[in-house]
Ligand binder design. Structure first.
Ligand SMILES: Cc1cc2nc3c(=O)[nH]c(=O)nc-3n(C[C@H](O)[C@H](O)[C@H](O)COP(=O)(O)OP(=O)(O)OC[C@H]3O[C@@H](n4cnc5c(N)ncnc54)[C@H](O)[C@@H]3O)c2cc1C
Ligand code: HEM
Length: 392
């Protein structure tokens, strides 16, 4: 438990975090990644370079400091952090390392006049309190993953059974456990963690499961990212028969049970979890409205699959919007997705659940469109293919 004095100091430091939280967390990551090579593989360097990861951490620390008297208000934030940590296998022994670097960054960025001994002591105690919450929640998730039928803890070797191109940029990898045992029933929308060794360097990445659970295998669908280390490696150097280390599925961007119609609004590779959710929603006989945006037909993944589903059931409507159509393309609309277009394509009644995912600017637009269409926020779900950030 934090003392009253500790809490008072944390509350007093909120303005400091508001003003300079990102500088602090940026410096923190520099120290962490410089002095602790053992945790480097967990962190995506691109997220560091773009500042997204520092912003996400600064935001979390700020929220924590603001809610130091009512930790229950942190609920959704804790869940999101825990899922990301679990998917990349953050362990209890990592917490003291991160805590020490955070305090060192406070000392170095804020200076000794501000980061006095009592301030550092209060933050040390506050960090420990949050670390205890996260460690306990993460252990619960690791244990739950291990307990479920077909479940496991840590890395499990999976063989690439086959690779199937889904578009000019996206390829699916069908993965089967080497031990021949079942795999757990992941929830549609969840993602897994991959541990790769590339030129002797370990790195970890998340990939959404792009097919509903079948008990035997998993499927991920990876976009070749120009200059991207893991995706280029997977596309060019991983072949059928190769073995990949897989961490268990995690994530709470999942299809929630309901009878209402459900809409998916996706762009680019953001389509992957929505494919798994569509498969599950159709199996539950839900009405599904699928809106997908792509540059053109050549990079539009899963079109044949969606079209085939729509042939099979009247429960599915699908609309495609291309921003740079090729001459042979015949999308339902061209340009960027407008609010009018979306209104036209979604059911008239706002009584539906919506799931959306794509590049950040697309997500900002869709968020605004959905608000404009009067769809209540609590019916709207989204996820980022990177550290979470505000969409407003
Ligand atoms: C929950 C979740 C689900 C995901 N699901 C999917 C999915 O289903 N399919 C999918 O394809 N992806 C998915 N991703 C994204 C995936 O995890 C990877 O981020 C993606 O494959 C890119 O990784 P990479 O190693 O190829 O690229 P990186 O090496 O991480 O590079 C990404 C970009 O940043 C640039 N870059 C890299 N390092 C630096 C640097 N130091 N300075 C400046 N620029 C740099 C690169 O040139 C490249 O353009 C998901 C991510 C999350 C968090
Ligand atoms: C109290 C301590 C911690 C807090 C508040 C915290 C907070 C966060 C937040 C907010 C995110 C972003 C989540 C998202 O994707 O939206 C994150 C991601 C992450 N955290 Fe932590 N974290 C803590 C401790 C740790 C520790 C001990 C490690 C292990 C070294 C760790 C490793 C990571 C990694 C690897 C990611 C993903 C980074 C990426 O996307 O590149 N964190 N954390």
């Amino acid at each position: 438990m934090l003392s009253t004095e500790h809490k008072a100091i944390i509350r007093q430091t909120v303005p400091l975090l508001e003003a300079g939280g990102e500088a602090l967390t940026g410096h923190f990551y520099r120290i962490l990644l410089r002095d602790h090579p053992e945790v480097r593989p967990l962190f995506n360097q691109a997220h560091q370079a773009s500042g997204e990861q520092s912003r996400a951490l600064a935001n979390a620390v700020l929220n924590y400091a603001r809610h130091i008297d009512q930790l229950e208000a942190l609920g959704p934030l804790v869940g999101q952090i825990v899922n990301k940590h679990v998917s990349l296998q953050v362990q209890p022994e990592h917490y003291p390392i991160v805590g020490a670097c955070l305090l060192q960054a406070m000392r170095e960025v804020l200076g000794e006049d501000v980061a006095t001994a009592p301030v550092l002591e209060a933050w040390g105690a506050a960090y420990q309190q949050l670390a205890d919450i996260l460690i306990a929640a993460e252990e619960q998730a690791y244990a739950a993953n291990e307990r479920q039928p077909g479940g496991w803890r840590g890395a499990r070797p999976f063989r690439v059974q086959r690779k199937v191109p889904e578009s000019e940029e996206i390829t699916s990898f069908y993965l089967q456990p080497v031990d021949g045992q079942p795999v757990p029933s992941h929830q549609p929308g969840q993602y897994l963690g991959l541990r790769l060794m590339i030129e002797g360097v370990e790195l970890r990445r998340n990939y959404s499961l792009s097919a509903a659970a079948n008990g035997e295998s998993l499927r991920i669908s990876v976009k070749r990212e120009p200059g991207g280390v893991a995706s280029t490696f997977l596309h060019d150097r991983v072949h059928a028969g190769d073995i990949l280390d897989v961490f268990p599925p995690a994530g709470d961007f999942v299809l929630r049970p309901a009878d209402r119609p459900v809409a998916f609004v996706t762009a680019g590779v953001g389509i992957t979890p929505a494919v798994a959710m569509t498969e599950a929603a159709l199996a539950q006989c839900r009405e599904v409205h699928f809106v997908h945006c792509a540059r053109h037909g050549g990079v539009h993944a899963f079109r044949d699959w969606l079209d085939a589903q729509a042939e099979r059931t009247a429960k599915l409507t699908r609309r495609y919007c291309y921003s740079e159509p090729r001459p042979d393309d015949a999308p339902h609309a061209e340009g960027f997705l407008s609010r009018e277009q979306l209104a036209d394509w979604l059911p008239d009644s706002p009584e539906m659940d919506v799931y959306f995912l794509g590049p950040r600017p697309f997500m900002q637009q869709v968020r605004a469109h959905l608000r404009g269409l009067g769809i209540p926020d609590d019916r709207v779900n989204y996820e980022f293919f990177g550290p979470a950030s505000a969409l407003e």
